[in-house]
Design a binder for this molecule. Structure first.
Ligand code: PEP
Ligand code: MG
Length: 750
């Protein structure tokens, strides 16, 4: 890069900074910027277009085009050359613009006099905020150096836009992060809550994009890169070679951290007047654009690594760690890209709702949100770009909608919705102590799922008859080291005390899949959901299972005990697990500890294979609980955490219902008590269909007991069964349509 352009660019940035430092309004600043750029680059025209809404760009300042066109000329995303720059997030450099593909003539601007056009995206971390354009009369392509200088300036404009430097009259000049925004996501958990944003990982804010001391900035960058290299090396040292995928990522980190070309590009950016942070961000933005546009999965992964590494570097440079010390606001609503169950549990029950940019309904984080009965919206695209810590936010978990910084009209409508939901809650509370007896006289036992001490008060509040599933792994996930036996035993005793004699079915540890313990060596498995998890780990490395069984027996301290083993796929696994229980009992007997008055040993039916187990399995097992979340994912071969395929298969699909019916029939024949404890048991229509097919015990999150009981009490199971059978006979793919129609008729006549 010739020295001349470097200095010119730096000089221009210096002038821009001076212009910014003046106490002028947003419009005056923009006018000054375009004037400075046009003079410095010796072009006749310089214009800035900013988004007025997500689809429309508006000419916000110009030097050289007709002044009347400012705030009048608008184009759609993708329209004309400016729209093309914004959509493609790439520079367009045309010597003969009028004959270029997509050119659109805007008569009010007077631009017909200008032949050449160069537009660069004004973008921050791949998020396009506008377009910076220079045009000149001669038909010439702008040189690589000129384009580069423009990109540097565009980067600074992006940072300033983000910091609210161009706020003024007009929609396109309103401050970012201040307007109301509505984001449509997917329902993860129902409910409606108003609160304030708390970001799981706040974005880094760069307040000093320009610098006139390249030596000092380069030294800062080098120092930060050294720190980064050391931390990557340390991470690599701590990673065992078994974790091949992690090693690959870290090696990619190391490659980038040592990459001369990456360093050279950032140093050139600094030489051109950017601060170290802005230089990192500029390269990161370019990498993001390439990442989004690349069809090559390997390249995308590596660019993703570079993105991650850039974030680390930015945090080192700005000193803004993951934990920024931002105070948790009142009524905090967690906003994150994604979150694991352990990280979520770390927040405790203070959260009022959760909004995820990614996420999935079948994940254990979603199960935790459900257990806490707080609304969850997933796939809220763009929420991370829009939301700032402390922003007012309304989460409508009924429709999967999020309102950021809502206006008064939205606030009022939302309050109405909350009032309506409260009335429904009151209706459920009024039937809390009544049985879930259907109109035909059949009573269904409704139990609740739990996993934390904090869940237990719901036992009384919800009207549950017991705990049908106690997920013991949640207690392991909230800790940062393996709990001791005495600690576990005291905890299980407290759970039984809180249950006050109601039955609690303790499920032994189900670790693996998305439930990862930070203090256990991670396993590198191509498909963890079908990998070494749950009872497979318990039998192969029985230390923890033995400790857990002993803790449970001691906690029972003479009271009845119900234990179930997760993920049993064949008879022998159940037998081996039961032997562990027998051995644990024998040990306690030798130690002369009190034994439980009665021990029930059950299994979770989560793999289709178990439904076809030999008859003796059904005779030997004391009870069975269908883990519908896993059973459904393996029945349809559709990952429960992958929204795209999960939604494809309805739980009320006739094949799945027929399969469930077969399990019910086998259990009835052998008198094996059967329950259903997957998430679907808590969905009223699903619960109704399960009951109609013969399930007599359902276990669900506490907040579902009211709605499920309400529907059961209003329905005749025999009639529902007839509707299901008719749908099956017709060859319907799912019975949902038929059952919903029937329910509508019932409501109309009832
Ligand atoms: C299930 O699979 O349905 C279940 C209850 O277990 P988990 O969701 O914890 O895997
Ligand atoms: Mg399961």
């Amino acid at each position: 890069m010739p020295q001349k352009v470097e200095t010119e660019s730096r000089k221009l940035l210096g002038r821009l900074r001076d212009a910014m430092a003046k106490d002028s309004a947003g419009q005056a600043r923009l006018d000054e910027i375009v004037r400075l750029i046009a003079t410095s680059m010796q072009t006749e025209v310089c214009s800035i277009y900013l988004f007025r809404d997500s689809e429309t760009l508006e000419l916000c300042a110009t030097e050289g085009l007709q002044a009347e066109a400012v705030h009048q000329t608008r184009m759609r995303l993708g329209e004309g050359l400016v729209g093309r720059v914004a959509r493609s997030k790439r520079t367009v450099n045309e010597a003969d613009a009028p004959s270029a593909k997509g050119f659109r003539y805007m008569p009010e601007t007077g631009e017909e006099r200008f032949s050449s056009f160069c537009g660069v995206p004004v973008q921050r971390l791949g998020d396009v905020l506008g377009v910076l354009v220079v045009q000149s009369r001669d038909a010439r392509e702008f040189s690589a150096d000129e384009v580069y200088a423009l990109e540097v300036v565009a980067m600074v404009i992006a940072e300033m836009t983000e910091l609210g430097a161009f706020v003024g009259d007009g929609a396109a000049l309103s401050a970012r992060h201040q307007q109301p925004v509505m984001i449509k996501g997917t329902v993860g958990q129902e409910g409606a809550v108003a609160g304030n944003v708390y970001l799981h990982e706040p974005r880094v804010v760069v307040t000093n994009p320009i610098s006139d001391d390249p030596e000092a900035e380069t030294a800062r960058l080098r120092e930060a890169i050294d720190t980064l290299r050391i931390s990557v090396d340390q991470m690599l040292d701590q990673t065992t070679t078994v974790d091949a995928e992690q090693v690959e990522v870290l090696q990619a980190y190391r490659m980038f951290a040592n990459s001369r070309s990456w360093m050279r590009r950032m140093e050139a950016d600094i030489d051109n007047g950017l601060s170290a942070e802005a230089a990192v961000e500029k390269e990161q933005s370019l990498a993001r654009t390439r990442m989004n546009g690349s069809g090559d999965a390997y390249l995308r992964d590596r660019l993703h690594d570079l993105d991650d590494l850039s974030n680390r570097l930015l945090r080192i440079l700005t000193g803004q760690g993951k934990d920024t010390g931002a105070e948790m606001p009142e009524n905090p609503i967690l906003v994150a890209r994604n979150i694991g169950p352990g990280e979520l549990l770390d927040y405790g029950k203070t959260l009022r709702a959760i909004v995820l940019e990614e996420g999935s309904v079948g994940s254990h984080a979603a199960i935790v949100a459900r257990a806490w009965a707080i609304p969850l919206v997933i796939h809220a695209k763009g929420v991370l770009t829009e939301a700032l810590n402390g922003d007012a936010i309304l989460v409508d978990g009924e429709q999967g909608i999020v309102h950021l910084r809502p206006d008064d009209a939205v606030q009022t409508a939302f309050q109405d919705k909350i009032a309506m939901l409260t009335r429904a809650q009151e209706r459920y509370a009024s039937i809390r102590d009544l049985p879930a007896t259907a109109k035909c006289g059949t009573t269904i036992a409704l139990h609740m799922n739990a996993g934390l001490m904090a869940d237990l008060p719901s036992l009384a509040g919800s009207g549950a008859e017991g705990v049908g599933l106690f997920r013991t792994e949640l207690q392991f996930l909230i800790r940062n080291k393996m709990p001791q036996r005495a600690e576990l035993s005291a905890l299980y005793a407290r759970v039984m005390d809180a249950a006050g004699g109601k039955r609690v079915a303790f499920r032994t540890l189900d670790i693996g899949s998305d439930k990862v313990l930070t203090y256990m060596k991670p396993n590198d498995e191509p498909n963890p959901a079908m990998g070494w998890r749950a009872i497979r780990v318990g039998l192969d490395k029985p230390g923890v299972l033995r400790m857990q069984l002993q803790a449970l027996i001691r906690a029972a301290n003479g009271r009845p005990l119900a234990v179930m083993f997760p993920f049993i796929a064949q008879l022998e696994e159940f037998r081996a697990a039961r032997i562990e229980m027998d051995k644990a009992m024998a040990r306690e007997r030798v130690l002369e500890h009190p034994l439980p008055a009665k021990v029930e040993i059950g299994a979770m039916l989560e793999t289709p294979s178990l439904a076809f187990a030999p008859e003796v399995f059904f005779e030997e097992v004391d009870f069975l609980s269908i883990g519908g979340n896993d059973l459904k994912q393996f029945f349809f071969a559709a990952d429960r955490e992958n929204e795209r395929v999960r939604k494809r298969y309805d739980t009320l699909n006739v094949s799945f219902l027929t399969f469930l019916e077969q399990i019910i029939t086998r259990c009835a024949a052998s008198n094996t008590p059967l329950s259903f404890c997957g998430e679907d048991a808590g969905r009223p229509v699903e619960a109704l269909c399960f009951a109609a097919l013969g399930l007599r015990t359902l276990s669900m999150r506490p907040a579902s007991i009211g709605p499920v009981k309400h529907l059961l009490r209003r329905s005749n199971l025999g009639e529902v069964k007839a509707v299901i059978d008719a749908a099956r006979a017709r060859g319907d793919q799912s019975v949902r349509g038929a059952v919903s129609d029937w329910l509508r008729d019932q409501n109309a006549t009832g």
